[in-house]
Ligand binder design. Structure first.
Ligand code: ZN
Length: 337
């Protein structure tokens, strides 16, 4: 159902669109147009670089748009396929979910060929683009809801060459922390589909909230470029944290459900422990206040165990059940089974 206007196997640098047909009241024959580019230069790996899986997560979209304009075929070994904005209607509306079909794109995999625009695009990625790729990059932030300490992250896929390659590529982002995460909010994720196809999958949580600092933009852009060096596409020198005089990346993991703290009641959330701080078991990380009952003591949210506060609530207004904090424990990922 989806038409790609460029030949992804052609040499050189080509820019076009994915046309995803849909209908609305003013156009029965409409297409959602998703920009796609390919830079292809001889033998080498294929890497699919994507952002805007969630519309309101912009640092990756900016980084991929920059890369799309900068990359020249003669600079590249192998093939890089770039999609700056997967969820175009959501990105234009500054929303997480697509206003076109109400879908969370990152819950639509493996997709449906004849489904809604989000489902059809997921199916196209699953059946056409992932099989072309050796490596899959999907750049996220915490969206408007969660503020992450900017980090590259990954699932702990089964031990073996895929996991080793993912650890090395994730570290190439040169973030202070790298994060092993669990899926606590459903299935149908893009990275899980790509991992199940054996791909080397590199993902991030580049901050969050609506404020994107200059630091986060620079970290996203430099990290992405360095990952492409690490994957063998670019011949420029690899940048390491040591070469920048920085301490090694600290790996942390939050694989247990209890690592993810949820608001027990609706109210006004106060972050108490700073993002990125070490917290102790039982330490108060936040409090929920009640506008209509200023006399009532706030409900405290505590750390279930010691660790690093890797993510906090972004908006102050909180609803019962929202994730308000993530506490991760330091780990050596190369010693995990
Ligand atoms: Zn996201």
């Amino acid at each position: 159902m989806i038409r790609c206007t460029i030949d992804l196997s052609a040499s050189g640098r080509n820019l076009g669109h994915l046309y995803i047909p849909y209908s609305y009241n003013l156009a029965g024959w409409a297409n959602l147009m998703v920009p796609i580019a390919v830079v292809n230069n001889g033998p080498g790996p294929t890497t699919l670089v994507m952002a805007g899986n969630h519309g309101d997560e912009y640092p990756g979209q900016v980084a991929v748009m920059r890369l799309l304009r900068e990359l020249r075929a003669e600079q590249v070994k192998g093939r890089v396929i770039l999609i700056p904005t997967l969820s175009m209607p959501a990105a234009k509306a500054a929303t997480r979910l697509s206003p076109l079909d109400g879908k969370n794109f990152n819950r639509t995999f493996p997709g449906v060929a004849e489904g809604t625009p989000s489902e059809a695009l997921a199916h196209y990625l699953t059946t056409v683009l992932f099989p072309l790729a050796d490596n899959v990059i999907d750049i996220h932030t915490g969206g408007r809801g969660v503020d992450f300490y900017p980090c590259a992250h990954m699932h702990l896929v089964p031990a073996g060459p895929q996991r080793q390659a993912m650890l090395a590529a994730t570290e190439a982002w040169n973030t202070d922390f790298c994060f092993l995460y669990a899926d606590i909010a459903g299935t149908g994720l893009l990275p899980v589909e790509a991992e199940s196809q054996g791909k080397v999958v590199i993902t991030t949580e580049m901050g969050g909230s609506e404020n994107v600092t200059a630091h986060v933009h620079a970290l996203t852009q430099k990290g992405l470029r360095n990952v492409l060096v690490q994957l063998g596409h670019l011949t420029e020198p690899m940048v390491t944290r040591a070469s920048k005089g920085q301490a090694p990346t600290r790996w942390v993991q939050a694989l247990a459900w209890e690592n993810y703290r949820f608001a027990p009641e609706s109210g006004i959330y106060e972050n108490i422990a700073p993002l990125g701080d070490e917290v102790t078991q039982g330490q108060t990380v936040g409090a929920i206040h009640f506008l209509e009952r200023p006399d009532r003591d706030p409900i405290l949210v505590t750390a279930h165990s010691a660790g690093i506060l890797i993510a906090t609530r972004a908006p102050s207004l909180v609803a019962q059940g929202d994730c308000v904090a993530v506490i991760a424990q330091e780990v050596d990922p190369r010693k995990l089974p």
